[in-house]
Design a protein around this ligand. Structure first.
Ligand code: SF4
Ligand code: FES
Length: 241
């Protein structure tokens, strides 16, 4: 175990634990937009910044990626970190002015307007990379990635084209914190729409009741990964014995 101070309070944490996790376990709230326990930390949104003093050295770090260490002192509410968080959320407000999640986070941080020029492309992507990390680390695919640079950077299929690697599982949709990725199932087809591209996938009808219940590509992937015969997977949960 490691003993350290957070906001003046001495706490114990497991070795290797992040400052964010240790804070959360001790009911100390740090704002975040790009963490999820299913994927590795990435440090994209910068909302979770905290001050860390180690010996004579003081640094401002992302608490979601910074590991606890014996004797460090963490300040989650210093003037500097509050200023950084407000600046970050102002930038995000300008990037996704329509995003309800971003507006709510801004309100929580005491920010109501942004001094930056609002982005006019209308998508709600904050470039947190949760979707790309879930695709790679949880599903084991790399169907989408963050492409381009600067203001053109976005989550998309390679070359905005059809992705052979995508199995239409929807993990990116479920994990996206701002609803920037949409999914619709209609008449045997699943459509997934990323900020600037979309793709259609065939859904499989249950061999017992005929309900379109899962993407064909996802079932094929599951059969290949598990070694279970494809026919055995082509039956929906309600009809399974
Ligand atoms: S699409 Fe959603 S999950 Fe992916 S980077 Fe953008 S905000 Fe994050
Ligand atoms: S939560 Fe740490 S950088 Fe986003």
């Amino acid at each position: 175990m490691v003993t350290f101070k957070i906001d003046g309070k001495e706490i114990k944490a497991k070795e290797g634990q992040t400052v964010l996790d240790a804070a959360t376990e001790n009911n100390i709230e740090i704002p975040t937009l790009c963490v999820n326990e299913s994927v590795l930390p990435y440090g994209a949104c910068r909302l979770c910044m905290v001050d860390v003093t180690k010996g004579k050295r003081k640094r401002t770090v992302t608490s979601c990626a910074y590991e606890v260490a014996e004797g460090i002192e963490v300040d989650t509410k210093s003037e500097k970190v509050i200023k950084i968080r407000r600046m970050v959320i102002e930038l995000l407000l300008a990037r996704c002015p329509e995003s309800e999640e971003i507006r709510q986070m801004a309100e929580k941080l005491g920010v109501t307007t942004t001094r930056f020029k609002p982005d006019e492309d209308g998508d709600a992507c904050i470039l947190c990379a949760l979707c790309t990390r879930a695709c790679r680390e949880v599903v084991g695919k790399s169907a989408i990635s963050l492409i381009n640079r600067g203001t053109e950077r976005e989550a998309a299929l390679p070359f905005y084209d059809e992705a052979d690697d995508c199995i239409a599982c929807g993990s990116c949709v479920y994990i996206c914190p701002t609803g920037a990725i949409k999914m619709e199932d209609k008449a045997g087809t699943r459509t997934i729409s990323w900020p600037n591209c979309s793709q259609e996938f065939k859904l499989k009808a249950c061999s017992a009741c005929g309900f379109y219940f899962a993407p064909e590509k996802q079932l094929e992937f599951m059969a290949a990964e598990s070694g279970v015969e494809l026919e055995k997977l082509e039956i929906c949960m309600s009809c399974r014995p």
